[in-house]
Design a protein around this ligand. Structure first.
Ligand SMILES: [Cu+2]
Length: 270
């Protein structure tokens, strides 16, 4: 996959079209807004899983990360405490899972997962070969046999406040337009008492993680907070939506040992 790299503070944008990957890197802690290319090691991948994976059955998945010549990558950087971050979404983006495969050595990562229903799923694997300044992203579509879930239309939210697991979460944007640098702020309060949550815990080395995926599942952004200080109630992320359109955003936070995953659907205008 050809990789063009653009560096902008604290964010990562990847176009997952077949032969074009534009990447804006993540959590470098320097506060410059330069567009300096960082070093993404070009990779290829080989995905191994059973031929006709079934829903609700444990499915082992094996991912081999290779360099562009096809040789397994031997050493990976640990990024946000893991050598690989893997996201699984259903085609309608109703299902979301963020998991961490085990590194077996010699470029091979293994995970076992259970798909909740029949249908198509996109798997997105982020890893950083040693020496890479930013993560390489490999993706794979999987068709899962079984009763499909009722398709959920992706409708942009009208209000950006929702209650998940007893927390009231509000999402605000400094501006919302494609191609513009913007701030995305999640504010978390206790849904019952309305008290601000001030004891968020670091989750995988950051006060939160945000993933945004375009409606067609082709564009993927993994965004980290702008600072490592503060434990809520607000967590600020900076990003650029590469194109106009509908995106689903999942904010993930840790509170009292539990992971809170909060989804929003936004329509990003031009
Ligand atoms: Cu992860």
């Amino acid at each position: 996959m050809k990789q063009i790299v653009i560096s902008i503070l604290l964010l990562s944008v990847v176009f997952l079209t077949a032969c074009n990957s534009i990447k804006v890197p993540k959590s470098t802690m320097d506060h410059k807004m330069s567009a300096t290319p960082t070093n993404v090691v070009p990779t290829k991948s080989e995905w191994t899983l059973t031929d006709y994976p079934q829903a609700n059955v444990k499915i082992p998945i094996s991912i081999l990360i290779m360099d562009k010549t096809g040789k397994p990558v031997k050493t990976f950087e640990t990024v946000h405490e893991k050598k690989m971050h893997l996201f699984i979404v259903s085609k309608d983006l109703a299902y979301f899972s963020h998991i961490h495969p085990k590194y077996e050595g010699n470029g091979k990562f293994d995970i076992t997962t259970t798909f909740p229903a029949g249908g198509d799923y996109k798997i997105i694997a982020e890893s950083t070969p040693k020496g890479g300044g930013d993560s390489s992203v490999e993706t794979h579509w999987v068709h899962v046999e079984g009763e499909p879930a009722k398709e959920e239309p992706l409708i942009p939210d009208e209000a950006f406040t929702k209650v998940v697991d007893g927390k009231k979460v509000t999402l605000t944007f400094s501006q919302l337009a494609a191609g513009k640098t913007l701030h995305m702020t999640f504010t978390i309060t206790d849904a019952k008492t309305n008290k601000p949550i001030k004891n968020l815990q670091p989750y995988l080395g950051a006060m939160g993680h945000t993933v945004a995926i375009s409606a067609d599942a082709e564009k993927y952004l993994h965004i980290h907070p702008m600072t490592t200080s503060g434990n809520g109630p607000s967590v600020i992320f900076m990003t650029i939506f590469p194109e106009k359109g509908v995106y689903k955003i999942w904010g993930q936070f840790k509170h009292e040992g539990k992971i809170l995953t909060v989804p929003f659907v936004v329509n990003v205008p031009k």
